[in-house]
Each structure stands twice: as C-alpha cells, then as structure tokens.
Ligand binder design. Structure first.
Ligand code: GDP
Ligand code: IMO
Ligand code: MG
Length: 437
C-alpha cells in the first residue's frame, strides 16, 4: 500500500498540477477528492501546456487511472469539453482509465447563475469567486437536495427533481437576488439527458476501487485542489472556497479511512499569490507586485484574472502544515525570484504593540495587522536550467535551508520551471522515494 496526499499549502495555484504529474511516473491512480472546475492545474510536457480543471493531473500518463472522487462537484458540460480537448491533444480517455464516483454532485447551469448573482448582490463585500457555481452546488449537497452522478444512470428518476431545482433557483434569482438571469428547464434537460448518456459509462464506485487498489499494493496520489488557506473551515473565512481543502479531506472525499494515507506533501510557491478578495498580510503592492506577477505569469488558469502577489508567509504556511499534517514541502517557482537583491520571509505579525502569531479568525482582525520580515539575500543567476541541488547558487541553498528551519518541516523537492524536467530533489522522504522507484 502506498498513498500520498498532495495539497496546496497556500491560497491555490502553487503548482500542484505540475508536481502531481511529475510524481505519477510510477503511480497507478490519481484521485481528485474535492472542488470542481474552480481549479485550474497546468502541466507542461516537452514544452506543450495542458490546462486541467476537472480531470486529475495523471491523465497525461497513459498507464495512470484517474478518479473524480465523491467529494468533487462535477459540471458535466465542462467535463465533456475537457475530455474532448485532452483527447485531441493525444490522451486516451475511456471508462477503463477515468472513473467518476457515483456520489459526486453535479454542478448545473443554475448553480453558476446563483454564484454570479450572489457575488453581484454582495457588492463591495464580494468574495471574488471563480463564478463556476461551486459554492451553490455544495450548498445543495449540504441541504441534501443535490443531483449526483449516480442520477446520470437513471435520468428519468432525476427529471422532476431537476425541474424543482430550476423552479426554486429561478425564484431565488428573481425575488431574493434581484437578478434577471433565468434558467430554462427544457433547454437544460435536453442537454443534461444527452450528457448523461455519454457520461454514464464513466460512473463507478470510487471508494471501493481505491480501497481495493491500496489493498493490492497499488500507488495512489490524492490530488487536492485550491489550497489549505482556502479551506472552508480552516482558511481565511469567509474568503474561502466551499469545500474542505486540507489533507484530511482526501479520506472524506474519496471514502477511505485516514490510516490509508502514508504521507502528505504540501506544495508552496517561494512567494505567495491569491486570486479574488480576502486578507493577504504579505501582499506586494505597486511595482514589485507587478514585476513578480509578470515574471511568474501570475494570471489565473481558469478565469485569466491577475493574481495578487506577496512575500512568502511562514506563519500562514505553518498553519497549513499543522492543519494538513504536511510531512514535507515542495517549493515551486524559485526561478521567478531570480534578480531580486533581497527576499523577505514573513515570520510574524504585529497589531500596534501586540504580537500576532497565527492568521486571525475574522477579516476585521486584519485591520492594522503588519507583517514582520526576515530579510535574506537573493540571487542574480537564472536558475531555470539548473537540474541538480549542487549546481544551484549558495544563496538558493541558504534560502531553502532558512525556510526549512523556520517551517520546521523538510523540503523534499524544489521546482525551477513549469516543465517536468525542472524539478530538483532535495530530501525526498522514504515514502516518496519508494513511490518513484
Ligand atoms: P495549480 O493550480 O496548483 O496546479 O497551479 P497552476 O497551474 O494554476 O499555476 C501554477 C503555474 O506556474 C502554472 O502556469 C505552471 O505551469 C507554473 N509553474 C509550476 N511550477 C513552476 C516553477 O517552478 N517555475 C515556473 N516559472 N513556473 C511554474
Ligand atoms: P487551484 O486548484 C486559486 C478562490 C477564488 C475565490 C475563492 C472562492 O487552481 O489552485 P470559488 O469559485 O471556489 O467559490 O471561489 O477561492 N479559488 C482559487 N484560487 N486557485 C484555485 O484553484 C482556486 N479555486 C478557487 O479565486 O477567491
Ligand atoms: Mg490553479
């Protein structure tokens, strides 16, 4: 049995897609366990870029089987167009290697309209969601009325439930959210019936498949979406996503027990980014933020929105390490920092005379909060073509070692470019070495 959970340890877009793809060379399964097509995971193979929103990041490795676990919310229209796009790029996708858990919930058009209308109604206090209907789909799941992938197998049984949803959401849009948006049931239903027919062969029992696979000794990667600081409970609430993004969510979102997880890897950029609204104590405003955004190409994979950039936040990352039980960290995008004479690492916050040693609970608590930094020397060399630890400048060694000490967590790999080959082992733990053997 061998299983690794990979989570984003910041606010998303840490490079999870790239790292999952790198670590799947010998994996048997890659499993998404939460989120939906609010995620955008980029993989670059031989210079060719593939963006994935729903398909797990093992899909480009022909020997890997992929599961969309029960904790995922799945938009059938988006999944089908993603399957077409990735097939056109040469990947074989069939029910033998892609399974969608029967208990995963569907994201339908009315969820998207409600998501967007709710954001508009929030005005200045909007969350800055991706507008993909993710929150409203999880709301339906929580209030126990959602439509699930199992329903794709028996469309006649879900027809009246979908109609009831459409009627309810149209009332919500019109009378509560004061929106002109409206869903046409007949149109939605015609499309959904067609999609159900195509997707039905992919629907399966994910929990059983992964339990059996692990028992047989197969290697499974549980791929998180978003980042721990966007966790619905442990993140910077209310500026969070609507699912649980911490590592423990892998067991809930797939339906296997916590003792089946061997290791948790946390992916973090060598700096921080965040998309949408919400507190960001180390945000770089002005020219420096623009420079890092341009160099790091920090524009959303899903929405194209400019990502806010900031210095590495050790305090926030320690929260991620704690809440997810991260065993080792993979640091990405170190190449982007080349040329900055001094780098800053946030080691604490102050509010007036008060020392603050964790992310505060409420957005109001961030008023007057200031980050305290440790400044370390940067490096001027372009490190994007370096392939070994020894060949990196001493200042990069010192940066990684300082972070290891501050985080009290080992760094297992670093990444210096978007491609598979730009990944340098530092100190991979035993489980990961065995996983790659
Ligand atoms: P994810 O959501 O965590 O999978 O990350 P995204 O794919 O949304 O964003 C990460 C971006 O950084 C993508 O464009 C990757 O191709 C790119 N990337 C990943 N690792 C590195 C790296 O080490 N250096 C550089 N320059 N780009 C990277
Ligand atoms: P990946 O998997 C970065 C953010 C949105 C918004 C908040 C809520 O690519 O790292 P939602 O649509 O989920 O209700 O939006 O969460 N967000 C992400 N930010 N990367 C992501 O995914 C994100 N998925 C959601 O920008 O602030
Ligand atoms: Mg992303």
């Amino acid at each position: 049995m061998s299983s690794i959970v990979i989570v984003g340890a910041q606010w998303g877009d840490e490079g999870k897609g790239k790292i999952v793809d790198v670590l799947t060379e010998r994996a048997d399964w890659v499993v998404r366990f939460q989120g939906g097509n609010n995620a955008g995971h980029t993989i670059v193979v031989d210079g060719v870029k593939t963006a994935l929103s729903l398909l797990p990041s093992g899909i480009l490795r022909p020997h890997v089987k992929c599961l969309l676990g029960a904790g995922v919310v799945m938009n059938p229209t988006v999944l089908l167009s993603e399957i077409d796009r990735v097939r056109a790029a040469g990947a074989e996708i069939n029910p033998g290697r892609l399974v969608i858990d029967r208990d995963a919930h569907l994201v339908l058009d009315y969820h998207i309209l409600v998501d967007k209308a709710r954001e508009l109604a929030r005005g200045a206090s909007k969350i800055g969601t991706t507008g993909r209907g993710i929150g409203p789909a999880y709301e339906d799941r929580s209030q126990r009325s959602g439509i699930r992938c199992a329903d794709l197998l028996t469309p006649h049984r879900m027809r009246e439930r979908v109609r009831a949803h459409v009627e309810e959401k149209n009332k919500l849009l019109k009378y509560v959210l004061e929106s002109k948006a409206h869903v046409d049931f007949d149109q939605l239903w015609t499309q959904l019936e067609r999609e159900a027919e195509i997707l039905a062969p992919f629907v399966g029992n994910g929990s059983r498949l992964i339990f059996d696979a692990l028992r047989r000794g197969e290697k499974v990667i549980f791929e998180g979406a978003q980042g721990v600081l966007l966790d619905q409970v442990h993140g910077t609430y209310p500026f969070v996503t609507s699912s649980s993004t911490i590592a423990g969510s892998a067991t809930i979102g797939v339906g296997v027990g916590p003792k089946m997880i061997d290791s948790v890897l946390g992916i973090a950029k060598a700096y921080c980014t965040r998309v949408g609204e919400g507190p960001f104590p180390t945000e770089m405003l002005g020219e420096l933020g623009d420079e890092v955004r341009q160099k790091g190409r920090e524009f959303g994979t899903v929405t194209g929105r400019a990502r806010r950039c900031g210095w590495f936040d050790v305090v926030a990352m320690k929260r991620a390490i704690r809440t997810s039980g991260i065993d080792s960290v993979i640091l990405t995008k170190l190449d982007v920092l080349s040329g900055l004479p001094t780098l800053k690492l946030c080691t604490g916050y102050t509010r007036g005379d008060e020392l603050v040693d964790d992310l505060p609970p409420s957005s109001e608590d961030y008023e007057g909060l200031e980050a305290t930094y440790l400044e370390v020397p940067g490096w001027s060399e372009d490190i994007s073509s370096v392939r070994t630890w020894d060949a990196l400048p001493k200042t990069v060694h010192a940066f990684v070692e300082t972070l290891t000490n501050l985080l009290e967590c080992p760094v297992s790999f670093i990444s210096v470019g978007p491609g598979r080959e730009a990944t340098i082992p530092v100190a991979p733990p035993q489980v990961v070495r065995e996983f790659l053997a």
